[in-house]
Design a protein around this ligand. Structure first.
Ligand code: PAF
Length: 326
């Protein structure tokens, strides 16, 4: 009888201990992004979650909301500011609307290749820009990556800037991108990404531009049959946290988040690199016509005047620093 009591007491003590461990482990971090759960962002969030779990001994779990379930990128950034979302992975597309200092990164043909872009973002300039997030009710955890953007459309093969004239192209809600497309006599139509697939399907726009991973894992090849490897702009991405969540963390916990975010960025970047070649082959297999032989200098020349939209407003200091950093 006594033994039974002791056993029951033992079991309930264990249960209690498990519950309190459970309570500790229960800080769930809501992470939102707009690409699919097979995308480069999702790959990075898996690595972020694994690292955070490892560093915190299970204190934090990550709840991923892909495919724009929590809204488009602009809406999610607002969500961070008011604390309805904890962490967001977003391109810099709408970020300049919140943190204008980041517009410099959105200039077309600014970065020559992945190495240069990654090096700038991982260096002093990248850190300075991450720190600026703090002035705008945001916390910059790490720069990650979307990739070089390429043009797709449903009308014709685009090999030169002239071929693109008159096309109606969905762009991100980004002044610098829109200015560049206007210089090419393309009609830029800014739109949040979650609306894009339907807009392409219904012909509201003729085309769009995004990195290979997005075109592939977002199934854009289902509604676009021409791809031109223009690589007209490097699209950085950033992992941002809500200051409301952040302020509740200890310094040690903050360190875990930063380290985990870097691990996430690394995983994302390696997928972007892999798909830059493999993904193009896959898109061909899926029926896209790919224009690979592109004289980028023609496009670069066409969009060059759009740089003034930036320098008139923000000067050229940051631009020069980036250019001199390679
Ligand atoms: O086109 C966009 O809006 C962005 O590139 C995307 C797909 C949301 C990824 O950040």
């Amino acid at each position: 009888h006594n033994a039974l009591h002791a056993a029951i007491a033992g079991v309930s003590t264990l249960a209690l201990a498990a519950t309190s461990l459970g309570a500790l482990a229960a800080q769930s971090i809501t992470v939102g992004h707009t690409t699919s759960d097979s995308s480069h962002y999702s790959e990075g969030i898996d690595a972020f979650a694994a690292k955070l779990d490892e560093l915190s001994g299970g204190e934090f779990t990550v709840e991923e909301h892909p495919s724009g379930a929590l809204g488009g990128e602009r809406a999610m950034i607002e969500g961070l500011q008011i604390g309805t979302i904890d962490v967001v992975v977003t391109s810099t597309g709408p970020l300049g609307n919140f943190v204008p200092e980041t517009y410099v990164l959105d200039l077309p043909f600014l970065f020559e290749d992945y190495d240069q872009a990654r090096c700038v973002l991982d260096g002093e300039i990248g850190q300075e820009l991450l720190d600026r997030m703090g002035n705008h009710d945001l916390v910059g955890l790490a720069w990650t990556e979307n990739g070089f953007r390429h043009l797709t459309n449903s009308q014709r093969d685009v090999q030169t800037p002239e071929d693109a004239e008159g096309l109606k192209i969905r762009t991100m809600e980004n002044e610098m991108h829109m200015a560049a497309f206007r210089e090419m006599d393309v009609h830029p139509t800014p739109m949040a990404f979650p609306e894009l697939f339907t807009a392409l399907q219904q012909g509201t726009v003729d085309g769009q531009e995004n990195p290979i991973s997005v075109i592939l894992t977002g199934n854009l090849w289902e509604v676009q049959d021409r791809l031109s490897l223009t690589g007209h702009v490097y699209s950085p991405a950033i992992m941002l946290a809500s200051p409301i969540m952040w302020d509740g963390l200890s310094d040690e916990e903050k360190g875990w988040f930063t380290e985990a975010a870097r691990a996430g960025a690394e995983a994302t970047r390696s997928m972007v690199s892999r798909l830059e070649t493999e993904g193009v082959e896959e898109l061909k297999e899926k029926g896209m016509t790919v224009v690979e032989d592109i004289d980028k200098s023609q496009f670069q020349e066409a969009v060059e005047p759009s740089y003034e939209v930036f320098t008139d407003e923000y000067g050229s200091e940051m631009l020069d620093r980036i250019r001199n950093s390679s």
